[in-house]
Design a protein around this ligand. Structure first.
Ligand SMILES: Cc1cc2nc3c(=O)[nH]c(=O)nc-3n(C[C@H](O)[C@H](O)[C@H](O)COP(=O)(O)OP(=O)(O)OC[C@H]3O[C@@H](n4cnc5c(N)ncnc54)[C@H](O)[C@@H]3O)c2cc1C
Length: 269
């Protein structure tokens, strides 16, 4: 499959190789496929569009053979046939053999993607719309040159992005991280060369915790916030309004919204 969509993105036909439960509400799914030799990514918070089959289908229905017309064709497929489309983050890309990992939150109420991940098994087929060029606009973590403090906030859905961002940061870079989780078993060591301080907030609102937190003095801070969109909005207001951070130095992305599926969220936006 070589259909170009909107370069630098293209479709990849993949199969599950294995799954690994990495926390009480987190499962890592490893995918492989010949197409992955055309997959290139600069990592960090690289986002992907994942197309999943409905229960009973052996492959997701995505008319990628329509080229640029795939979106219209996909929208016109009947409900229950049209593949479920969800946004996820590339956790790891490996070569020899070509494999990628995606970490899924298993949440309640479960949506189609969370339910699919909970039951994923070797051989299951998915389609991915992902990058064919390492530097692409689905990487949003972009601290301006001269940044002297990176602040990261995320919930479990943003843990894969934060883990990858931390792995990418150089020694000497000051970083303060807040991670919210409902389950103490999801807490893990994060690997980084940076001068990072990571605070896990278990079972309470990290928005309140962050409001009270002391941040080191910085001339040029950069803030990255992702997770439940109500929390993301509240935190952005806090950083701009109460901490006086220039809004151009804040990247914020609503990854999901309480009480809404991703389709409903897309329509609302
Ligand atoms: C750029 C981007 C990157 C993302 N990366 C990841 C990632 O790497 N890993 C990951 O797990 N998620 C990630 N997400 C979030 C993921 O797309 C959503 O959680 C998505 O809604 C899951 O689809 P679903 O079918 O399971 O649930 P949906 O059908 O979309 O929603 C069903 C119900 O579940 C609730 N819900 C959805 N997500 C969560 C959640 N995380 N916790 C609690 N309740 C939830 C909804 O509010 C709704 O009530 C990312 C989102 C974006 C925009």
């Amino acid at each position: 499959m070589t259909t170009a969509v909107a370069a630098p993105f293209r479709f990849f036909s993949l199969q599950v190789v294995r799954t690994l439960r990495i926390g009480p509400s987190l499962v890592r799914v490893t995918f492989a496929g010949q197409d992955l030799r055309y997959f290139f990514s600069g990592g960090r918070d690289q986002s992907l569009s994942l197309f999943l089959p409905h229960p009973g289908q052996d492959a997701p229905a995505v008319p990628f053979e329509l080229g640029d017309g795939w979106w219209q064709g996909w929208r016109e497929l009947p409900d229950g046939v049209r593949a479920v489309m969800r946004s996820y983050t590339l956790r790891t890309l490996r070569r020899d053999p070509d494999e990628i990992d995606i970490d899924f939150v298993l949440h309640t109420p479960a949506g189609p993607a969370s339910a699919w991940a909970a039951g994923a098994a070797a051989g299951d087929r998915v389609v991915l719309l992902g990058p064919a060029v390492a530097d692409n606009r689905a990487i949003r973590f972009r601290p301006p040159a001269g940044t002297d403090l990176v602040v990261l906030w995320g919930d479990e859905s943003a843990l894969p992005a934060i883990a990858s961002i931390l792995e990418s940061l150089p020694a000497g870079q000051r970083v303060r991280v807040w991670l919210e989780t409902h389950e103490v078993g999801n807490v893990r060591e994060l690997v980084t060369a940076a001068d990072a301080e990571v605070t896990w907030v278990v079972g309470e609102s990290s928005v309140d915790v962050l409001r009270e937190a002391r941040l080191p003095a910085a001339e040029q801070p950069y803030v990255w916030i992702a997770g439940e969109s109500g929390c993301v909005k509240a935190l952005r207001r806090h950083f701009v309004g109460e901490r006086g951070i220039d809004r151009r130095r804040i990247t914020f992305v609503g990854y999901w919204r309480r009480g809404m599926s991703e389709e409903q969220l897309r329509e609302a936006e």
